[in-house]
Design a protein around this ligand. Structure first.
Ligand SMILES: [Zn+2]
Length: 178
């Protein structure tokens, strides 16, 4: 499934108590509004810092982006931080100016690419494909590739099996002994 692009902004905040650290965020809202939220929501880390120091976060810069998710991924990709260590709020990170700007340039240039919603690989469809031609069908209500669920063979035997295991041997345990 392709997700529609969500245009917005990537912004950089600094705080007087945290030299050499930047708070990076993306938002689909007006940046000023988002900054005000960071400065007033004391339940989040950014807000906690404001509460503790009495000093607000300052907006250093912001840039329009075509899609907040693509831009965020591009930013962290360009900074060399492979795994985004946090999401949804806690994104205060020590970084030098050069790294910061490499990230911002990447975010600005990231454009819109189609984002595929991540589908689990070992889902029901996968199971159906695996069992094609075996006469076995999945009859359980729930499906998790690593958990026991019910199956039925072409001779009417019902049995429980772990999908990943069944995909390997593809045999009804009762028919097997006959
Ligand atoms: Zn059987």
């Amino acid at each position: 499934m392709v997700q529609p692009a969500e245009p917005g902004f990537i912004y950089v905040l600094t705080h007087s108590s945290r030299p050499n650290e930047f708070k990076i965020g993306v938002t689909t809202q007006k940046v000023e509004k988002r900054v005000a939220q960071h400065n007033s929501n004391f339940s989040k880390i950014a807000g906690q810092i404001v509460k503790d120091t009495g000093e607000k976060w300052q907006l250093q810069e912001y840039h329009p982006i075509s899609d907040i998710y693509t831009a965020e991924a591009a930013f962290w990709g360009a900074t060399g931080i492979a795994d985004i260590p946090y999401r949804n709020g806690v994104e205060i990170f020590p970084m030098d100016e050069k790294t910061l700007h490499a990230g911002l340039i990447a975010a600005r240039n990231s454009g819109v690419v189609s984002r595929e919603k991540k589908k689990p690989k070992y889902n029901r469809d996968w199971m159906i494909r695996e069992l094609e031609g075996t006469g076995i069908s999945h009859i359980g209500r729930r499906f998790n590739h690593a958990q026991y669920t019910e199956f039925q063979c072409e001779h009417g035997h019902t049995f429980k099996a772990i999908p990943r295991m069944l995909a390997n041997n593809k045999r009804c345990p009762e028919c097997k002994g006959q």
